[in-house]
Write a protein that binds this ligand. Structure first.
Ligand SMILES: O=C(O)CCC(=O)C(=O)O
Ligand SMILES: [Mn+2]
Length: 212
């Protein structure tokens, strides 16, 4: 098996030993019944949209559904569009509190993605937008189908790794994770069931520009 497709098992509650990142993976962060209920409720209750993305001058539909949710003013800019947050859904708000308590970090917003089946995916990127600050804490809760999450160092100094993100799990990326690493959720033809992922973030207020 090539090193790049090897599965990595991350010790529960311990940082994963990859250089230049702080990543923790907790399977079973939510009890199965809780995770089942959240998946069903969020799939039907949230205002899902399928956003456009412009790549090399061509506009495509993103291969997933999304919902940006958060405190008023926590706007999110992506591919030339500014998304204003939907108000907190009570179940997402309760989940945020649990994630805040666990991470000991504040989150004023969450990007929620729905992958309808294994054809839906997300390409390589880092969550390194300026409005997330220098060393953001990103807390990612997964519901539904287990999907492979790939990580690669931006400078290629370490072989990419794959973590299978399970129903009810929490993955926390902090420190220099976004600075040194990229991640993606590749297409997986064998996956036929939906998955919802919530990445809690703290959007910083835009800097005040003094024009005087
Ligand atoms: O679906 C996932 O696990 C990854 C989502 C992600 O990277 C993002 O929302 O920025
Ligand atoms: Mn991301």
């Amino acid at each position: 098996m090539p090193a790049s497709s090897k599965k990595t098992s991350i010790p529960d509650r311990n940082p994963i030993a990859i250089c230049g990142a702080e990543i923790r993976y907790l399977p079973g962060f939510l009890r199965p019944a809780e995770a089942d209920g959240l998946l069903t409720d969020l799939a039907s209750a949230l205002p899902w949209t399928q956003a456009d993305i412009t790549l090399f001058g061509k506009t495509h539909r993103q291969p997933r559904l999304m919902c940006w949710m958060g405190d008023e003013g926590a706007n999110y800019r992506y591919s030339g569009t500014t998304y204003r947050p939907a108000p907190w859904h009570p179940r997402v708000s309760a989940l945020r509190q649990r994630v805040v308590n666990f991470c000991n970090a504040g989150f004023n917003s969450v990007l929620i993605n729905q992958y309808r089946d294994g054809q839906d995916c997300m390409g390589w990127h880092a969550d390194d937008e300026q409005e997330l600050g220098e060393r953001p804490v990103i807390a990612s809760v997964s519901l539904g189908a287990t999907r492979d999450f790939r990580l690669r160092r931006k400078d290629g100094a370490q072989a990419p790794i794959t973590v299978a993100l399970e129903h009810g799990s929490l993955l926390v990326m902090s420190g220099d994770s976004q600075h040194n690493w990229q991640h993606c959720l590749p297409r997986r033809a064998r996956v036929t069931q939906p998955r919802i992922n919530l990445t809690f973030r703290q959007v910083l207020a835009p800097p005040v520009v003094n024009t005087a």
